[in-house]
Every structure is written in C-alpha cells, then in structure tokens.
Design a protein around this ligand. Structure first.
Ligand code: NI
Length: 168
C-alpha cells in the first residue's frame, strides 16, 4: 500500500462523523496499511482514517518515536469505556501543520476496540498515550483539538487557521 495525502483543516470532511466498520476485511487491512505508511512519512503519533478522507471508524496510534516500549496499535470501531483525571499538555494534529496548543484532557482512558485480526480487546492508556487515543477518537466524531481552546486562544489563532483553510 502507499501513503495518502493528509486532509488539512478547512476541508469539511474533518467535521463528518465516521461510520462503523462492518467486517475487518481486506479493504480495512489496506486502509490500515495506508494509515501506517502515511503516519510514518508524516512522523506523527496518531492518524485517523478521516484524515486520509475515509469516513470509517479506524485510527492508529504509534508512540514508538517517543517511548521505546510502545508499539503501533490499531483501533477499529473503538469505544471509550472510561476516563479519569485531567492534564494539560501541548498538542498538535497532522491536519493542522505547525500549530501546537495546550489542551486539557483526561490522563487515563480505557478503550474497547477491534484489532486488525478482528479480535476485540480492552486496554487502558495513560499520559501521552491516553491523549493520543482521545485525540484520534475525537476525529471519528468530527471533533478537532481546537474545539477545546478557550475563546481567547481561538481568537489568537484565527489568522493562522484562516491561512490553513485557504491553502486546503
Ligand atoms: Ni489530529
């Protein structure tokens, strides 16, 4: 498979709600393979299918660049079971090149999803991994990290966001 262009802020597809996957078939495996290639090329920590223009409830998280114990994880039809704690940290998104903002999110998340073999798993993530999972999950709901900003922070970002959406 191959890398795909990443959808940039301003493209209305980023506000769409993604649809559940019926079956983890070859088409879904090809989609994940494209996500993996695209994320590697972009050197990001996570990527959702909608960011390559596919409205399916699939995302990947790969923290191996910042945590040697981490490995790439695939989430198909994920559900957030539980969250806990609150923490503020700088966050970015491959659909917002060059923009990083401090965002408050839960520090811990428990997720249920299917893996690439179609097996159901439930796992807890903490810290940066929890942040990445919650960020990517939001993409499936058409939600973006700038939605968490205060009105003031959004106002200050307005010009740069306008530039991004003009270019996309
Ligand atoms: Ni993102």
């Amino acid at each position: 498979m191959a890398e795909r262009p990443i959808v940039i802020y301003g493209d209305p597809v980023l506000r769409e709600v993604s649809l559940p996957v019926d079956e983890v078939n070859q088409e879904v495996k090809d989609l994940v393979s494209n996500l993996v290639d695209t994320l590697k090329k972009a050197r990001g920590l996570g990527l959702s299918a909608v960011q390559i223009g596919v409205l399916k409830r699939v995302f990947i998280v790969d923290l191996s660049a910042v945590d040697i114990t981490a490995s790439l994880q695939v989430f198909i039809n994920p559900e957030i079971v539980d969250t806990d704690g609150d923490t503020e940290f700088e966050e970015g998104c491959l659909s917002f090149p060059g923009i990083y903002q401090k965002i408050t999110r839960p520090n811990r998340v428990r997720v249920r999803a299917l893996d690439l073999e179609g097996n159901r798993f439930e796992r807890e993530f903490e810290g940066l991994a929890a942040r990445a999972v919650l960020h990517e999950y939001d993409h499936l709901e058409g939600k973006l990290f700038i939605d968490y900003l205060s009105p003031l922070a959004r106002t200050m970002l307005k010009g740069r966001l306008r530039k991004l959406s003009k270019a996309s």
